[in-house]
Write a protein that binds this ligand. Structure first.
Ligand SMILES: N[C@@H](CCC(=O)N[C@@H](CS)C(=O)NCC(=O)O)C(=O)O
Length: 345
């Protein structure tokens, strides 16, 4: 058949090329990140500079938050030890460049999955947080809706999704604005608090994180309208399918655990659960973990380290934290939200 013929010819060419390259001692192959992580015994995570609930230092100077828990879960799944992490705080400009060069293995940052980032060499294994952007204003501002921001000076971050969102929304609604961009959220907020801009646009969770840092957070309010969809998730470099799958299914395991009622506290007893879905998730049956290139009980290890998705949420950003975020869109599909696991089959 011509189709088969073409395929085998192509393979022959590829094989001879590989042989030539090997003989010449040229190392064309990108290193395999999963192999590197195992060899190095550490998962290198790029995290947000300082956003409470996501990545910020606690009173003991240790970073904690959603970003950090995901990093720990990946280390537990890959290396069997959630402490084997190396955290690199990175801003928007440096973060993306750190992946192909191997400065970091994964960004557990709060970056939005967009088409241009995806085709531009960044791979988003799974959505971790369904967000949307909003505007924060001074409590005394006359703005109650986005239309009231006509002629506003808007502060935001260079290279973030916000610049295009503002241009599209304000353009479509024939609103005038002046945008001022900053290298860091810190600088954008300093300008806003110093009244050099009327508003800051960012992911609503990002605004909540910033407000949580302020002692006078009640002097500000976030407008009710959400201006965009921001599917946010970890990022890996392109061309690393094994590593991408490990990150995807580690995050997925946390969501599946919540769906199946498996928690950090009951994960040991759940290992002998009669539920076949729980058995497969925790690696008591099947070989899904082994096929992923990690221990068969990788999900058990991740859940044991950080708990299920709901537990990670509650601990870092939930109603009892300074961010006070309701699950909203991030509730499980079973509870009316958008969060679901890829089937563990
Ligand atoms: N989701 C948007 C915004 C990302 C964003 O703003 N991220 C971080 C910086 S890396 C941030 O500024 N967070 C708010 C903060 O740190 O206060 C995007 O992907 O462009």
């Amino acid at each position: 058949m011509p189709f088969q013929c073409t395929l085998s010819d192509a393979r022959k060419v590829l094989l001879s090329l590989t042989a030539i390259v090997a003989l010449a001692g040229i190392d064309t192959a990108q290193a395999d990140v999963l192999d590197d992580v195992k060899a190095n015994g550490v998962v290198k995570c790029g995290v947000t500079l300082s956003a409470p609930g996501f990545s910020a230092e606690n009173n003991e100077g240790k970073r904690e938050g959603f970003d950090i828990d995901l990093c720990k879960a990946i280390a537990a799944a890959t290396l069997g030890d959630e402490t084997k992490i190396q955290l690199t705080p990175m801003d928007l400009k440096t973060a993306f460049a750190g992946l192909p060069t191997g400065v970091v293995d994964v960004l557990t940052h709060r970056f939005t999955w967009t088409q241009s980032r995806d085709v531009g060499g960044l791979k988003f294994p799974k959505v971790m947080f369904f967000d949307g952007q909003g505007f924060v204003v001074d409590k005394k501002s006359k703005a109650n809706k986005i239309a009231d921001l006509n002629n506003a000076t808007i502060c935001t971050l260079q290279g973030s999704t916000s610049e295009l969102i503002v241009a599209s929304y304000f353009g479509a609604h024939k609103l005038k604005y002046k945008i001022v961009t900053f290298a860091s959220a810190e600088q954008a907020w300093d300008a806003f608090v110093g009244k050099r801009c009327d508003t800051v646009i960012n992911d609503r969770s990002g605004l909540a994180a910033r407000l949580a840092k302020l002692t006078n957070k009640d002097d500000y309010r976030v407008l009710a309208e959400t201006v965009s969809n921001e599917p946010i998730g970890p990022i890996v470099a392109q061309g690393q399918p094994r590593w991408e799958a490990v990150v995807r299914f580690t995050l997925n395991a946390l969501v599946a655990a919540e769906e199946l009622g498996v928690t950090q506290a009951n994960v040991d007893t759940e290992k002998s659960s009669p539920n076949p879905d729980v058995q497969r998730l925790l690696g008591a049956t099947g070989d899904l973990g082994t096929k992923l290139g990690v221990a068969n009980d990788y999900a058990y290890r991740a859940i044991k380290a950080v708990g299920n998705y709901g537990e990670v949420w509650d601990r870092n950003v939930g109603p009892k934290t300074a961010l006070r975020l309701e699950r909203g869109r991030n509730a499980l599909v079973a509870n009316g939200g958008l969060m679901m696991s890829i089937p563990i089959r």
